[in-house]
Design a protein around this ligand. Structure first.
Ligand SMILES: *[C@@H]1O[C@H](CO)[C@@H](O)[C@H](O)[C@H]1NC(C)=O
Ligand SMILES: *[C@@H]1O[C@H](CO)[C@@H](O)[C@H](O)[C@H]1NC(C)=O
Ligand SMILES: *[C@@H]1O[C@H](CO)[C@@H](O)[C@H](O)[C@H]1NC(C)=O
Ligand SMILES: *[C@@H]1O[C@H](CO)[C@@H](O)[C@H](O)[C@H]1NC(C)=O
Ligand SMILES: *[C@@H]1O[C@H](CO)[C@@H](O)[C@H](O)[C@H]1NC(C)=O
Ligand SMILES: *[C@@H]1O[C@H](CO)[C@@H](O)[C@H](O)[C@H]1NC(C)=O
Length: 644
């Protein structure tokens, strides 16, 4: 939107005379400044030449430094200078201080960057963070719906705007790199990361990947060479397609487990989104902790080097997941240095260490010095990292831009998030059989009941990866609007709202006749990764009881806040209306927008809604397909213009 590309990519077809002119001009510029001409510092040079020039000047220690990504907490100026650290990250929830402001984030990044710039060659660090549904580690950032909700919108243009907004908020804190998008094709909702996946359908994941990557990174020009990383500078950020490959296909949805599939099916179901990301110039690809047919992805040279780098022509850098090298070390047969050897040999370029950098650096140095790891492989890794850093203009603009601090939690971004919320809600039932539709609800009711654990809990509606890695409940987590607050803002001033988190059946019974309707909001509590693996997929208690108690007494709309479909068949008969809200994020107003008819329901299921867990895995296109609601299902309503 407001970003201006600063990339110095030059078409290979550029007339030679222009190149010669550029060389002369830069030589003149350097001469007049009275400095030695340094080719890699010359933004007019083609990126390939800058990479080669810089690489030729680097020592082994400087190269291994570029391949090292360490945790924020370890990244003092002294460590950055001593190890020539190439990259720093914030792990989930790793922040400079609780509720740090954009300015404080910028100061932290600037301090690290200044240390990097002080080293002999002055190679800037690239700071990375999981901005996976907005800039979610940061207090007061706009939190967008998790990917499963974005899949429900079926709206790639909206997803692209979300990518742009997320990039702007990351830049507000001085951060130029996000570990997003997750392009997993989740084939089993029992997986704890299923909400990070846009869909069980490869094509839908591809559609969203093709929108999110240019949203974050900016649009590559036409006829840009496939696989060359493209990141417009300014307000865009480098992205990362993850987790390569087959993360969403593990047995029983067990996180980080084994994906048993033929090569043909792996290529058909899980690989296509990577091709789209590469076409859009994605800067990096993160490897999955999981295995394919028993081999850990982090040591799979065939898939990383032969397929991703050679066949798909990916020329950005490949990064490990958090401590992933450690995780393939299985003593006593395998030592950490064997794991390093195998991962680097497989084609990994940057290692998210993140804490034990002295051991990593020492082991890798020994193995390159004694020939266990070829210098060519190191040069390939470093070239790829430098290519991204040059492409995104980091050498020219290494420091945070203080003018961007105001982008954090920006009103316009919150509007986009609100739009995403209302587009992501899927209406699965609207009125009991033979009865009138319940939605949209009237704003002019006399008295209504709002009930359930998720009605007034900002942390619950944001889910995992919000402020902390696992996420947490409560309303002081960050700035935003709960569903209850949104309902209050939507209804008539004269409407009385009774709110109860855990309703008592007998007290509801007493006033049941007074309620025009009830809105029941229940669902899952926040989780991330393995902690979210779940073999029963039931609505956590007391959710089912609240549904039965309230819906048995008052006309009710049930809004389910969850990262995936849950078992609802036993209760659906009792509900008058049923809405899947996924994990909507901070903008609760988007829920009220559709409940009360300011906007119609348009969301479509991005996943199959199963009847019982013993049907799983069950996906769209399967031979035996007997869902409660099929993939793509979603009732619509018209906006009720007569109201408000
Ligand atoms: C966060 O947002 C709230 C409400 O918009 C504001 O009052 C508060 O000052 C903000 N906090 C920070 C640290 O920016
Ligand atoms: C998969 O999970 C099972 C059960 O927890 C475990 O025994 C096995 O080692 C895991 N496999 C992989 C490849 O992680
Ligand atoms: C890095 O930081 C972690 C956590 O603060 C600490 O446990 C670890 O010892 C540090 N690593 C080094 C090499 O100092
Ligand atoms: C190189 O060093 C590693 C780690 O000490 C060792 O395992 C390996 O055998 C050595 N390789 C050669 C060729 O000396
Ligand atoms: C929110 O409030 C609770 C209780 O008042 C407190 O324990 C917690 O630290 C607060 N959380 C944040 C993120 O401020
Ligand atoms: C369902 O599984 C989750 C995750 O393992 C567990 O915490 C919960 O207690 C289980 N619920 C039931 C009803 O068994």
């Amino acid at each position: 939107m407001r970003a201006a590309p600063t990339t110095m990519w030059r078409s290979p077809a550029a007339p030679a005379c222009l190149l010669v002119a550029a060389v002369l001009l830069s030589a003149v510029a350097a001469a007049t400044a009275g400095e030695e001409y340094v080719k890699y510092k010359d933004p007019k040079k083609p990126i390939g030449e800058r990479v080669d020039d810089l690489l030729s000047r680097m020592t082994l220690a400087e190269k291994i430094g570029q391949m090292s990504q360490i945790e924020r907490a370890n990244a003092t100026s002294a460590v950055i200078e001593k190890y020539f650290v190439g990259s720093v990250l914030s792990g989930g929830g790793s922040v400079p201080s609780e509720k740090a402001t954009a300015k404080e984030w910028q100061q932290m990044v600037a301090k690290m960057q200044k240390a990097a710039l002080k080293t002999r060659l002055g190679i800037p660090i690239i700071y990375g963070i999981d901005a996976v549904h907005g800039h979610n580690n940061v207090h007061n950032a706009t939190i967008f719906p998790h990917n499963v909700g974005l899949g429900a919108t079926r709206d790639p243009k909206l997803v692209k705007r979300i990518g742009q907004s997320t990039a702007h908020e990351a830049r507000a804190t001085g951060i130029p790199y996000t570990f997003a998008p997750c392009v997993a094709v989740c084939r089993d909702p029992r997986w704890g990361r299923c909400y990070e996946s846009y869909s069980e359908d490869t094509k839908l994941v591809q559609l969203m990947t093709s929108a999110m990557v240019p949203g974050l990174q900016g649009d590559a020009p036409a006829r840009y060479p496939k696989g060359t990383p493209f990141v417009a500078g300014g307000m865009n950020v480098a992205g990362c397609a993850k987790h390569f490959v087959g993360d969403g296909g593990t047995r029983d949805g067990i996180n980080e487990n084994n994906t048993v599939l033929s090569f043909h099916d792996l290529m058909r179901i899980h690989m296509p989104p990577y091709d789209d990301a590469v076409i859009k110039g994605v800067a990096s690809v993160m490897i999955s902790y999981s295995s394919w047919n028993g081999v850990k992805m982090h040591e799979n040279r065939f898939l990383i080097t032969d397929i991703l780098k050679n066949k798909l022509k990916f020329r950005g850098f490949v990064i490990t997941d958090w401590q992933a090298v450690d995780r393939i070390t299985t003593p006593p047969h395998k030592h950490y240095y064997h794991s390093i050897q195998e991962t680097i040999h497989a084609g990994i370029d940057m290692v998210m260490i993140p804490y034990d950098y002295p051991e990593f650096v020492a082991d890798l140095t020994t193995q390159v010095s004694n020939g266990s790891i070829k210098l060519d492989r190191i040069n390939d890794a470093v070239s790829r990292i430098l290519r991204v850093k040059f492409a995104m203009g980091l050498f020219e603009n290494p420091l945070p831009d203080p003018r961007l601090a105001g982008e954090l939690g920006d009103k316009e971004h919150r509007q986009i998030a609100r739009e995403a919320v209302r587009r992501s809600l899927v209406l699965l039932k609207n009125g009991k059989h033979g009865e009138k539709p319940v939605l949209p609800l009237s704003k002019k009711a006399d008295k209504i009941l709002v009930a359930g654990s998720h009605a007034h809990n900002l942390g619950f509606q944001c889910g995992g990866w919000t402020v902390s890695w696992q996420g947490q409940g409560g309303n002081n987590v960050t700035a935003g609007t709960t569903i209850l607050e949104a309902i209050k803002a939507a209804v008539d001033e004269s409407t009385v709202i009774d709110y109860t988190e855990h309703p008592d059946k007998s007290s509801i019974a007493e006033s049941a006749k007074e309620y025009d309707y009830a809105v029941v909001v229940v669902g899952e509590e926040p989780y991330a990764e393995t902690e979210g693996d779940n073999l029963n997929l039931t609505i956590p208690s007391p959710g089912p009881k609240v549904i039965k108690d309230v819906c048995g007494l008052v006309k009710c709309v049930v809004v389910l806040v969850s990262g995936r479909p849950l078992v609802v068949e036993p209760y659906i008969g009792a509900m008058d209306a049923f809405v899947a809200a996924w994990l909507p994020g901070t903008e609760g107003h988007g829920v009220a927008d559709v409940l009360f008819g300011d906007h119609g329901f348009t969301g479509k299921l991005p996943r199959t809604w199963f009847k019982s867990v013993d049907q799983l895995p069950m996906n769209f296109g399967d031979k035996h397909y007997n869902p409660l609601f099929p993939f793509g299902f979603g009732l619509t309503t018209k906006p009720s213009h007569s109201q408000s």
